[in-house]
Design a protein around this ligand. Structure first.
Ligand code: ADP
Ligand code: MG
Ligand code: ZN
Length: 491
């Protein structure tokens, strides 16, 4: 039997296309309000312009341009001074004009980059190819065999951001997605709520042999409603492509969907030929000049961005990765700041949030950005940390208190009293427990005296157990050491 063995190692090549609605008061080219299209009554925020009636004239929303420039600056892009809008023509029921006003050859922002922090502590720069302004389409809703269209979303300002194909795997795609979402949230231009469709991310994926610089055929995955699924879909496609190439086949350029339930991609359509959008300059809009002065004024007023906040947290003693995790979601960053403001040590605060609070939220199916929907307030967490610092409760007891506050809310100190977890300052109780443990474990005592020091760990564990979480660790340690030394005949 001759099995075809191969030693080719592949790497993924991923570029992301992101659509972010800009949450301005009014739409891109008309005065209609931008509303939450998942809750507003359908077709109640529309006018002849966003419904594409013949003969109407669009007017550029200055605030949307300002928002887009903010994003471009935060992504280290060059900002164009001369902007030409373009018509992108195609037919689709949710596009009443038969064309979308977009930008083509002259995007507002280009040649930028941002840095991502990876779980192994390394960082990587991801290039931003371009970011341009356009308008969102209406939303098709399919019910009971018929299709309805809601035009509330039609004409909402949309920023399309396109990365270079610098991303290599799902973990990097996820890190980039989180970083970008954080930037949008910090700038206050987008809520980052992917489940509502205001932020949409589509990975383009191909693979190639490691060491090769060629680009192979890519597929694009649509309909991803979380950053987690961007990661999973990317890795799924990478594996799928590798299998196709390895079996002697060829990857076909295609648009894929993501089946969340099955955790796999599904073919939507193959791209046998590129669309011909017949782009041409939008005749109904003037050339948009974005002056240097205006851009610099916007730059001067940028708020603190995730990287700056991360650096500030690192100066307060946090590791780079912990800091990047905490700043990655605006609500988490704000929560952490309040824990610090309430007087908790930053490093301890970070540990309690990342290791303990997130674990409990995860079990309760709450993602990190929903930190304000659980019952432990930042002040309560800070209070808990201070109770440990003051020696009122030990670490294990603190975890029990956190369980209680997480489940039912309330003050940590009240739970300490209710659960009887306060540490005893009564040395005689600790001494009695040590005597009891040593009496019950003569063999271990002898082994310790014979030089087997690791037995100490076992014995202290028994002593702490006797204390039911109420013995201060240091006191128990001191008493056990003294009693053991006495028994061994040392002083
Ligand atoms: P289009 O305009 O057809 O969408 P672009 O050239 O603008 O195509 O690329 C869209 C995205 O796909 C970009 O993020 C780019 O980095 C990425 N991309 C392009 N070629 C590849 C490839 N071979 N493999 C993976 N990603 C790619
Ligand atoms: Mg594209
Ligand atoms: Zn309108």
């Amino acid at each position: 039997m001759t099995a075809k063995t191969t030693t080719t190692a592949y790497e993924g090549v991923i570029g992301l296309e992101i659509h972010a609605e800009l949450e301005t008061e009014s739409k891109m080219f008309c005065g209609c309000a931008v509303v939450d299209s998942t809750t507003a009554a359908p077709n109640t925020y529309v006018c002849p312009i966003c419904l594409g009636f013949p003969g109407v004239l669009p007017v550029i929303n200055k605030r949307a341009v300002e928002f887009a420039i903010k994003v471009g600056l935060a992504l280290n892009c060059e900002i164009a001074t001369v902007n030409v809008f373009a018509r992108k023509s195609y037919f689709y029921p949710d596009l009443p004009k038969g064309y979308q006003i977009s930008q083509y050859e002259l995007p507002l922002c280009k040649n930028g980059w941002t840095e991502i922090d990876l779980p192994d502590g390394s960082t990587k720069r991801i290039g931003i190819r371009r970011a341009h302004l356009e308008e969102d389409t209406g939303k098709s809703i399919h019910v009971g065999g018929s299709s309805l269209i809601d035009f509330n979303r039609s004409g909402v300002p949309l920023l399309e951001i396109v990365t270079e194909p610098d991303i290599r795997n799902g973990i990097e795609a996820e890190a980039f997605g989180r970083k970008l979402r954080a930037i949008l949230q910090y700038l206050g231009v987008n809520s980052g709520d992917m489940s509502k469709g205001v932020l949409r991310m589509e990975p383009n994926i191909s693979v190639r042999p490691v060491g090769s610089t060629e680009f192979r055929t890519r597929t694009e995955v649509k309909n991803l409603n979380s950053i987690r699924s961007v990661q999973r879909a990317s890795d799924y496609e990478i594996e799928r492509h590798i299998k196709v190439w390895e079996s002697g086949g060829e990857v076909v350029q295609a648009t894929m969907g993501w089946d969340e339930a099955r955790q796999q991609t599904v073919l939507q359509r193959t791209k046998e030929s590129a669309h011909d959008y017949r782009y041409f300059p939008e005749p109904d809009l003037p050339i948009l000049n974005t002056s240097r002065e205006w851009v610099e004024a916007i730059r001067a007023h940028l708020p603190e961005l995730p990287d700056t906040k991360r650096d500030r947290l690192m100066k307060a003693g946090l590791s780079r990765y912990d800091a990047s995790v905490l700043v990655a979601d605006r609500p988490v960053a704000d929560y952490f700041e309040r824990v610090m403001q309430a007087g908790a040590d930053p490093k301890k605060g970070a540990n309690w949030i990342i290791n303990e609070l997130f674990a409990r939220m995860n079990k309760a199916a709450l993602s990190a950005e929903r930190v304000n929907e659980q019952k432990v307030s930042p002040e309560a967490l800070a209070g808990l940390i201070k109770l440990v610092d003051a020696g009122t409760i030990n670490n294990n007891a603190a975890k029990k208190v956190l369980d209680a506050v997480f489940a039912e809310g309330g003050e940590p100190s009240a739970w300490v009293a209710k659960l009887g977890l306060e540490q005893t300052q009564d040395t005689s109780a600790v001494e009695a427990a040590v005597e009891k443990v040593l009496g019950a474990n003569p063999g271990e005592t002898d082994r310790f005296c014979a030089g087997e020091e690791k037995v100490f760990k076992f014995l202290i564990g028994q002593v702490m157990r006797e204390g039911r979480g109420k013995f201060p660790a240091e006191l128990a340690n001191d008493v056990l050491t003294a009693k053991l030394n006495a028994r061994c005949g040392k002083s």
